[in-house]
Design a protein around this ligand. Structure first.
Ligand SMILES: [Zn+2]
Ligand SMILES: [Zn+2]
Length: 258
């Protein structure tokens, strides 16, 4: 029996801000979306994925990960959609997002917020194949493990290397990890709640992941070519690493990656 392949779309992959060719993490798989920066809804529409989106998993509310939810609701309102999306976010995020809609939506805020069923999650949350783990960042943040069939896709969002993450993401088919700081800046990365490619690779090794994907790279500060150095240094520690180009589609079949 042949299994249908699971496709992971790395629509945005850059760290903290956009460049001419990329924008912060916006990763779509099977109707689920990991993080939703400002550019994300339009890019989903461009790739024909917006119609099948049913769940948004926000790791935290920093604007490079969350601003797109306002645009998404505005879009659904404008096209008079009757859809309702599930919106997972870290505990206490509901109030912040409600305030955001009040400021940005004015009299329409109630209607806009109504496009989302908000689910607050904390460390250890489990529901319908979705698991959350607290990460180490400068604001409350979670990473998500998504189990689809026999494939598990794990996304850290912004985080320093974390024992808890290693445990929760043990045996992942694909580990998508923060890689914001260049090699040699490990201490600074931890202080700021981020990771270097070496640290991400060490997490992948300890978690026994099958594949590591580095995202949130500092292209805006260090240029588009920095990915080559990140890939090389990560591979010194963990052999199977991808630094995705924006728009890259990773296909998974069964328990192994291709
Ligand atoms: Zn970020
Ligand atoms: Zn952040």
């Amino acid at each position: 029996m042949t299994q249908s392949k699971i496709k992971i779309y790395f629509l945005g992959t850059s760290g903290s801000t956009f460049t001419g060719r990329d924008f912060p993490p916006c990763i779509y798989v099977e109707g689920f979306l990991f993080d939703c920066p400002a550019q994300c809804p339009q890019k989903l529409a461009e790739r024909g994925l917006l119609g099948s989106l049913h769940t948004v998993l926000l790791t935290h509310l920093h604007m490079d990960h969350s601003l797109g939810i306002y645009d998404l609701a505005w879009h659904l309102g404008t096209v008079m959609s009757e859809r309702r999306l599930r919106l997972y976010l870290p505990a206490d995020g509901r109030e912040t997002v409600s305030q955001g809609f009040k400021v940005l939506g004015g009299a329409l805020s109630g209607k806009l917020l109504g496009f989302f069923e908000i689910i607050e999650v904390g460390d250890g949350f489990v529901d319908n194949g979705i698991k959350a783990v607290a990460t180490q960042h400068s604001v409350p943040a979670v990473g998500y493990r998504l189990d689809i069939g026999d494939v598990s896709i794990c996304y850290t969002g912004d985080t320093a290397p974390s024992e808890k993450v290693i445990e929760a993401f043990s045996g992942c088919s694909v580990l998508i990890h923060d890689s914001t700081y260049p090699p040699g800046y490990e201490e600074l990365a931890v202080r700021d709640g981020h990771s270097t490619p070496r640290q991400a690779a060490e997490v992948a090794r300890l978690a026994k992941a099958q594949l590591l994907v580095l995202v949130h790279l500092p292209y805006a500060r260090l240029g588009d070519r920095v990915g080559e150095e990140f890939l090389r240094t990560a591979k010194e520690i963990f052999p199977k690493v991808v630094v995705p180009e924006p728009g890259y589609v990773l296909e998974l079949g069964g328990a192994s990656w291709r």
